[in-house]
Design a protein around this ligand. Structure first.
Ligand code: PNS
Length: 160
């Protein structure tokens, strides 16, 4: 029984994140997505909102759970009895940061391995930050996330 955790900010999730979750759910018995309660960043959505958005968007994948977490990703992995941390790699620009995180996590928890899933080509350019920026200026974000997430972003940005 291999459990993977997929930690991230998910502010909010994009089609790129959902693609990584779906593919991880095929490779591992159980996937626990960890939504970081990150006080250093000032997210658009609260951690509860980000968790709820992801729960709805992944409701059709039985072996995926969504949880909020605080602190270190390796502790989140251990708390969930996970052997693997999953991260998506979009482009070479992600690599340095991701490698540093994976190596740090390996020092902290040698029993937890990081597995990278290369983002599907059609989502390789995509990030939550870019999606929010396009939406902020009234652009169409329907290619970046499913309709319920698009609506949540619009409601947050346009209605406060
Ligand atoms: O979606 P993001 O913002 O790229 O995710 C980054 C995340 C949450 C995976 C990373 O910031 C993280 O693991 N934070 C928890 C704190 C931690 O474990 N730090 C040590 C690893 S460098």
């Amino acid at each position: 029984m291999i459990t993977a955790v997929y930690p991230g900010s998910f502010d909010p999730a994009t089609y790129g994140h959902l693609d990584v979750i779906r593919r991880a759910s095929l490779s591992f018995d159980s996937v626990v997505v960890g939504v970081l309660h990150n006080s250093a960043k000032s997210p658009l959505f609260s951690v509860e909102e980000r968790v709820n958005i992801l729960k709805k968007a992944t409701a059709n994948i039985p072996n995926v759970k969504i949880k909020a977490f605080d602190g270190l990703s390796v502790n989140f992995a251990r708390d969930n009895h996970a052997q693997v941390i999953v991260r998506g790699l979009r482009a070479v620009t992600d690599f340095e940061y991701e490698l540093q995180m994976a190596q740090t996590n390996r020092v902290l928890a040698p029993d937890v391995d990081t597995v990278f899933l290369t983002t599907s080509l059609e989502y390789a350019y995509l990030s939550s930050t870019i999606m929010k920026e396009v939406a902020r200026f009234g652009g169409d974000i329907s290619k970046f996330a499913p309709p319920q997430i698009v609506d949540a972003v619009k409601a947050k940005l346009y209605n406060g």
